[in-house]
Ligand binder design. Structure first.
Ligand SMILES: NC(=O)c1ccc[n+]([C@@H]2O[C@H](COP(=O)([O-])OP(=O)(O)OC[C@H]3O[C@@H](n4cnc5c(N)ncnc54)[C@H](O)[C@@H]3O)[C@@H](O)[C@H]2O)c1
Length: 331
């Protein structure tokens, strides 16, 4: 049986609880592929992972390989084919008597985590390892990790698939169509409330979603804020941040990278900008992507942007530049 090594940080967190069984069930990497899973946690909670491992064994999946719990990032990422960086410090946590509320504080604390993780991945994970950053602020964490990894064969992604799934769902509901008919969704820019979930290039049954819906007021004043603020709405309603849907989006991203993108379609994730669409190099930016199914992912070129899109993309680009400036001494 083919084997694959997958490392997950934040293994005892709530996203991981939904994510892990689906990584070793055959659903994500395919039937007949054994998944060796390395769960990485901070020393204070690493023991809890023994319980998680018991549950994964008790699921009885044919594709479950060996399972390891560790607080040592180097042990966790050694020879990894995929690393899912889910662990990070949430907003609102109290550290040294100070409640962490400011995005800048969050950036610095989590940035510190991603320097060590990036270095370990660059040095020890496979030379064609794929890394998906879920932990927030995802784009800038990915920038820090990628910069520290210094391994050009590896490919870093920051997750925007949850935003894309949310956007598709809202367009489908508004249009009264099945979500399976919504394709070509791209989240431009940052995984934050400045993201631009593009309704003009998204298609519903092959036609521009904006044309099908034909209601600019709804797009600007209802759809955009709803998608951009959906994470907060879930927290307000559930008392905890999105977990099952975030885990699902991580699985969607891995599958999108691993399989050939259907002709004419694309998927959404943030990758290192190469100057495409006039975005400066040196930030991790949400783009439309295609995979050839053999591990090669490219930014789709030639997607048309109207003035409305350009103005939104300018705002999210500016935010990413500011985030980069806030962590410049970590880069
Ligand atoms: N990109 C997205 O679309 C998206 C969506 C939802 C949540 N998130 C983010 O995902 C992250 C995880 O969410 P959650 O709900 O699972 O949080 P959680 O607090 O339930 O779990 C996070 C886990 O990470 C662990 N952790 C912290 N630092 C670590 C480190 N250095 N190494 C290994 N593990 C570490 C913690 O101990 C904790 O168990 C958060 O940052 C959240 O904001 C992103």
């Amino acid at each position: 049986m083919k084997e694959i090594n997958v490392a997950v940080t934040g293994g005892a967190g709530q996203i991981a609880y939904s994510l892990l069984p689906r990584l070793v069930s055959g659903e994500t990497f395919g039937k007949g592929v054994k998944v060796n899973l390395r769960l990485i946690e901070i020393p204070q909670v690493v023991e809890k992972l023994e319980g998680t491992i018991m549950e994964l064994i008790d699921c009885g999946f044919d594709e479950t390989g060996n399972l390891l719990a560790t607080a040592d990032i180097e042990e966790g990422v050694k020879d990894a084919d995929w690393v899912l960086l889910v662990g990070s410090i949430p907003r609102g946590i109290v550290i040294d008597g100070k409640k962490i509320e400011e995005r800048s504080d969050l950036l610095r604390i989590n940035g510190g985590i991603f320097t060590d993780q990036g270095e370990a991945i660059g040095k020890l994970a496979k030379s064609d390892c794929k890394i998906l950053v879920v932990g927030n602020p995802a784009n800038t964490n990915a920038l820090i990790g990628m910069t520290k990894a210094q391994n050009t064969g590896q490919q870093w992604f920051a997750m925007t698939a949850l935003d894309a799934n949310r956007a598709k769902a809202q367009l489908a509901i508004k249009a009264g169509k099945d979500i399976s008919e919504v394709t070509n969704m791209v989240i431009w820019g940052n995984h934050s409330p400045t993201m631009y979930p593009d309704p003009y290039n998204a298609l519903i049954a092959g036609q521009s979603a904006a044309d099908v819906i034909n209601d600019e007021n709804w797009i600007e004043n209802e759809y955009l804020p709803l998608v951009q603020q959906r994470g907060k709405a879930v927290i307000d309603a559930r008392g905890a941040s999105s977990a099952a849907s975030a885990a699902n989006a991580a699985i969607d991203t891995v599958k999108s990278v691993e399989s050939k993108t259907p002709e004419g379609d694309w998927f959404s994730a943030a990758v290192a900008s190469d100057g495409s669409y006039g975005i400066p190099e040196g930030i991790i930016f949400g783009y439309p992507l295609r995979s050839d199914g053999n591990g090669n992912v490219e930014i789709v070129q030639g997607v048309e942007l109207n003035e409305f899109a350009k103005s939104k993309i300018e705002v999210t680009t500016q935010e990413l530049k500011e985030e980069k400036e806030a962590v410049k001494d970590l880069l």
